[in-house]
Design a protein around this ligand. Structure first.
Ligand code: GFB
Length: 309
């Protein structure tokens, strides 16, 4: 991939796609292609085929997906499996038919079995039962990973997949019902402080462990992989994370301090905890010489400043 390559960012308005777009632009990539959902419906095969045939992208970042937190995933499983399977099937197949040089597909750490040993090594894929709260999303993401692998096998394409850990950063979704934990808690603590509320409700027991990566780090790793590594270098897929996790209780305390809220935290045990722990093994990534550079506290402070603005 060079500075004049024609690069399609699918999902450029989402958290990951917009971070990739910002970083590519700041590095001088000049021929970026992107379309809003209104302009190009990626679940529509004909529209996707017409777009690829007319625009002929050389490189594709497939960051478009239906995403959401634990509640959105468990409430709308049909939408999660349908939309994600359609987007993947349409874009990956059109990339093959139109001779795309390289495609990077974004998976998720929820593809791993719920009770897999920690940290999660790439080879644990499909070795056990999935977590029920996000099974539909995980199945769709596993299908995308395997689709890339099988197209490489049969057609000699160069489609790579990355498995990010839980991400946070600019352009996150702050809707209390559908957001992930980071955005949800930033909003809850901020509003509680503003309205002088005596307590903040945090879902579940507070004991699940999660690993958080700032999306600018994620975009940096994705661009490096696109620039330098092929399917044969990295294998079927590669984890992208920090290699460190914290409990939801620790996260809540951290956000509470950053926001400057002085009330109480109440844990609502009627809400699901989800997977007990999701910590990625990042040995493979570190071997390529890449490490996350944004510390969690700094990253949350940055995001909180952006949120207030
Ligand atoms: O981020 P989150 O929604 O998704 O929740 P997952 C992480 C943990 O935070 C769970 C707890 O244990 C939640 O119960 N939590 C506490 C909260 N308070 C809140 C709150 O106000 N909102 C939310 N959302 N959570 C998702 C998957 O799993 O991770 C997706 O559903 C995707 O498929 C994503 O893979 C990265 O980490 O449990």
């Amino acid at each position: 991939m060079n500075k004049n390559s024609r690069i399609f960012i699918a999902g450029h308005r989402g958290m990951v796609g917009s971070a990739i777009k910002r970083k590519l632009e700041s590095r001088g990539y000049s021929d970026l292609l992107y379309r809003t959902r209104g302009e190009l419906d990626l679940t529509n095969q004909q529209s996707v085929n017409e777009f690829f045939t007319s625009q002929k992208p050389e490189y594709v970042f497939l960051a478009a997906a239906k995403v959401g937190g634990i509640m959105a995933n468990s409430t709308y499983p049909a939408e999660f499996i349908y939309e994600n399977l359609m987007i993947e099937a349409n874009v990956i197949h059109a990339a093959y038919v139109n001779g795309v040089k390289k495609l990077l597909f974004l998976g998720s750490s929820c593809i791993y079995p719920r009770l897999a040993p920690q940290p999660l090594k790439e080879e644990y894929l499909l070795t056990g039962e999935l977590e029920v709260t996000n099974e539909a999303y995980a199945i769709a993401k596993i299908a995308g990973i395997r689709m890339c692998k099988h197209y490489n096998q049969q057609y000699g394409t160069n489609f790579i997949s990355v498995m990010p850990t839980n991400l946070y950063g600019p352009n996150d979704n702050y809707d209390p019902k559908t957001s992930h934990v980071m955005a949800a808690l930033i909003r809850k603590f901020h509003e509680a402080k503003k309205n002088n509320e005596p307590e903040v409700i945090v879902w579940g027991t507070g004991s699940p462990r999660r690993e958080f990566l700032h999306v600018d780090d994620m975009a940096d790793a994705c661009i490096l992989l696109m620039e330098k590594y092929t399917f044969s270098d990295i294998g079927e897929f590669i984890n992208i994370g920090t290699g460190r996790d914290i409990t939801i209780r620790e996260l809540a305390e951290l956000i509470k301090n950053i926001v400057g809220y002085h009330g109480k935290i109440i844990y609502d045990h009627s809400k699901p905890d989800g997977t007990p722990q999701k910590l990625l093994d990042v040995t493979k990534l570190h071997r390529l010489g890449w490490k996350a550079s944004i510390q969690l506290k700094d990253g949350i402070e940055r995001v909180y400043r952006e949120y207030i603005q």
